[in-house]
Design a protein around this ligand. Structure first.
Ligand code: CA2
Length: 149
């Protein structure tokens, strides 16, 4: 059976491609989903790709992943830097969590340097634009392969 990976996207990421292309690139979230879906299929991974502007919806999505998904890739947007509740939810998930950001949050404002999500993640990928989602899928694929060897 194909491994299932949830890819969760937080507030305002639905606006990708519309503004601030110098920071976030020109691709839309739908473009990112298509690339992630294609790459996941090549790795034998099934993805559940979601975006919400609401903290509670993201927490519900993490709960939904419990018992269903082997891993979660999460770009929590601005909630990355504020949400203890999302961290608590991610800590309730038994599988692998990988944090992704399009931009390099460490080269930006000080308030973006701290990530609550990082505390629940095996690793964080930032600064590679949409390719970060592909890198996260590759990392998860390697982790799952090693775990089943
Ligand atoms: O770099 C990332 O992926 C971020 O998670 C994006 C968040 C930001 O708050 C994080 O610090 C880093 C913001 C997403 C907002 O995306 C927009 C895209 C186009 C226009 C306006 C906002």
């Amino acid at each position: 059976m194909a491994a299932s990976v949830f890819i969760l996207n937080g507030p305002n990421l639905n606006l990708l491609g519309e503004r601030e292309p110098e920071i976030y690139g020109r691709e839309t979230l739908a473009d990112i989903e298509t690339s992630a879906r294609d790459h996941a299929a090549s790795l034998g991974i099934e993805i559940n790709f979601r975006q919400s502007n609401h903290e509670g919806d993201l927490i519900d999505a993490v709960h939904d992943a419990r018992g269903k998904a082997a891993a979660i890739i999460v770009n929590a947007g601005g909630l990355t830097h504020t949400s203890v509740a999302l961290l608590d939810a991610l800590n309730s998930f038994d599988g692998t969590v990988v944090e992704v950001h399009l931009s390099n949050i460490h080269r930006r404002e000080q308030f973006r340097h701290h990530s609550y999500v990082a505390a629940a993640s095996v690793g964080s990928i930032c600064g590679f634009g949409s390719h970060g989602y592909i890198l996260a899928l590759d990392a998860i694929h390697t982790i799952l392969e090693r775990a089943s060897a």
